[in-house]
Design a protein around this ligand. Sequence first.
Ligand code: EPU
Length: 417
Amino acid sequence: MNSLVVTGGVPLDGTVQVLGAKNAVLKHMVAALLAPGTHRITNVPRILDVEIMGKVLEHVGATCAFDGDSIEIDVPIDPNPEAPLELVRQMRASILVLGALLARCGEARVALPGGDDFGSRPIDMHLDGLRDMGATFELSHGVLVGSAPDGLRGADIYLEFPSVGATENLLLAGVLAHGVTNIGNAAREPEIADLAAYLNQMGAKVEGAGTSTITVRGVSGLTAADHRTVPDRLEAGTYALAGAITGGRVRVEHCRPEHLRMELQKMAAAGCQVEVGESWLEVTGPDRPVPVDFATLPYPGFHTDMHPQMVAFLSVAEGTSIMTENIYAARFRYIGELSRMGADITADGQHVVVRGVPTLSGAEVDGCDIRAGAALVLAGLRARGSTRVTEAHHIARGYSGFVPKLQSLGAQIDIDA
Ligand code: EPU
């Protein structure tokens, strides 16, 4: 998928169903390495990042068999504790194999991660926490070499910031450590609670996941388990805003609206009609949104991965909105692209001033990361004329069936290889 071509002006109308969360399933795949045997993970989206993680696992010695929306992962008794540079560079989530392989093998060699271009994304909290658990690290030719020959030991760790990845890495490390690990100021994302649920299905003893204090009592071994991945709140929220920006109506099924409370609250404040049930939501967009201010924050705050889509929506509001990005230092490249479509947006430090305009006009724009790509498609759905979103392979990293799902809602969108 090189480019997407969108012709705007059609209000979306219809129903889509979402699959499991990318940011949960990638962690489940890593967690499987903690227990030999055959695991089955269901509700899995067929996206590029899942395929890359499958290759990481295969390098470690596991086999991954995809069957529709499930993966069967066969984990060997003696994994190869190494994640290859060419794969890790493509996806930051690979850093999580560090905790899992250290726990399982007492050693790990993991190339330093790549991923989206949001400015510097350090892993100091991951490493400090693992050091507290007895691991040592050396950096050799771009590869992080971790070692804990006598096994990891439980520790009291208090994170400087509720990092999703650091919380997960320490959780994965803690389940097979000697003793109790307490993770304070832990990230509270639903995907972390889902990871803990899967680990507990394997026989781990994790309490408090989904709150800011997680307690992990190390056990001597785990057994393979089956798990159904929590629905993707970002996929659900993106389709809701796709409908809203066109002044249309989109119903999303197989989702968990309670995981999108802040985002739906802001959509309602912007003039959307929002209805929710236990596993569905329906959003009807206004002709033009009412301006709203919002700030991205760790869960349950407004998700940074919904920020570009929300800014695209507010770019056609009747008035000025202010958005503050608190998670990433540099997630603003898409703003220049939206401006090329006629949006009036300026960034100053972490703050973005979105002066609503009545219309956007189609242009060629660069979808520089997963959510930026999605946001630009949303803008294209509203714009006059045709929009070409290049670098659309980023979208395929995070959304399965993005084009057919939008087409089923009436969007005029096609892949132009
Ligand atoms: N950070 C540090 N040091 C660390 C770890 C993080 O300074 O040791 C900083 C990061 O640089 C960033 C902030 O803390 O500024 C938050 O990072 P966090 O660790 O919470 O994020 P992550 O685990 O790297 C996951 C998602 C991201 C999502 C963030 C925030 C996965 C694979 N990725 O990243 O998802 O934006 O949490 O919710 O789970 C996406 O799906 O498009 C995506 C980028």
